[in-house]
Design a protein around this ligand. Structure first.
Ligand code: AMP
Length: 282
């Protein structure tokens, strides 16, 4: 596995591979890797000829400076994991490489950024759009892999690729969960044992709500029950719990056959903010 730290190193390393006609798969990450990230790597290895993973904690997508400061950065462990999992290249830039000059361009993802994460993390998707565009330009992958765990991010990136004609395919990978249902996340390591148990409330409420919906129950009544469950748990604070169309993130109150919906949630477990979602295909 080769570590590339600059755009020039990337260009030199990937040019001969492209010349051979091999496809390049990109797995963008912010590090603190877990089995969820590795499932993206596995998908890339089965679908693309060469896999390059990036590790970069992108400051412009953090709307909360404390969250950025506390973001875990176990780089040696990450590199070992990527090597063990057969990644060919790691792109490991520093801030100077990614933002050599101030980036003033702003994306407007319209309806997609007015709800859920967009509503509660102003500027977040602009930062995601900027860094992912930079990665796409630097690496020029044929395929790029993203987790369904960040469903709204997938929708944003698909819009980015479509509207700016990036010549690549976005591949979505299912959410990897712990045995008790908690979605794997780099932020989970900030939870102590007790809070880790409390954190299962997200998945428990998602599965409860999905069952209610599929049984034909009223969405607002279900949402009230979920809100109450959170109020009964002093260490958890619900930020949102919404039923949306999975492609546009438009909030809805009913599901209709032939379309894919998702229940999306974000909640704080003490000061750690977690998100999760479940797809509903009726
Ligand atoms: P992050 O390092 O949190 O920016 O995540 C990098 C990529 O891994 C994103 O595409 C995430 O959606 C994906 N990812 C994070 N957690 C999981 C998970 N539990 N299962 C599958 N993919 C995930």
């Amino acid at each position: 596995m080769k570590i590339l730290r600059t755009r020039i190193e990337v260009k030199e390393a990937l040019a001969p591979i492209r010349k051979e006609g091999k496809t390049i798969g990109l797995v963008p990450t912010m590090g603190a890797l877990h089995a969820g990230h590795l499932s993206l790597v596995e998908k890339s290895k089965s679908y693309s000829d060469i896999t390059i993973s990036s590790i970069y904690v992108n400051p412009t997508q953090f709307n909360n400076p404390k969250d950025l400061e506390k973001y875990p950065r176990p780089i040696e462990k990450d590199l070992k994991l990527l090597e063990e999992n057969g990644v060919d290249f790691v792109f490991l830039p520093d801030d100077g490489e990614m933002y050599p000059r101030e980036t003033r361009l702003k994306f407007d993802f319209a309806d997609l950024e007015k709800v859920l994460e967009g509503e509660f993390r102003p500027g977040h998707f602009n930062g995601v759009g900027i860094v992912v565009s930079k990665l796409f330009h630097i690496i020029q992958p044929d395929h790029s892999y993203f987790g369904q765990k960040d469903l709204q991010q997938v929708a944003v990136i698909k819009r980015l690729v479509n509207d700016l004609s990036f010549d690549l395919e976005v591949v979505t990978v299912d959410t990897m969960r712990e045995q008790d249902g908690l979605a794997m996340s780099s932020r989970n390591i900030r939870l102590d044992d007790r809070d880790r148990l409390v954190a299962t409330i997200l998945y428990r409420c998602l599965t409860f709500a999905k069952d209610e919906l599929l049984a034909g129950k009223d969405w607002f009544e279900t949402k009230d029950k979920v809100t109450k469950r959170f109020l009964d748990e002093p260490k958890a604070r619900l930020e949102y719990f919404e039923l949306v169309k999975a492609d546009t993130m438009e909030k809805v109150a009913t599901i209709t056959p032939g379309e894919t919906f998702a229940i999306c949630t974000a909640a704080f477990i003490k000061e750690v903010r977690l998100i999760d979602n479940l797809l509903i295909i009726d």
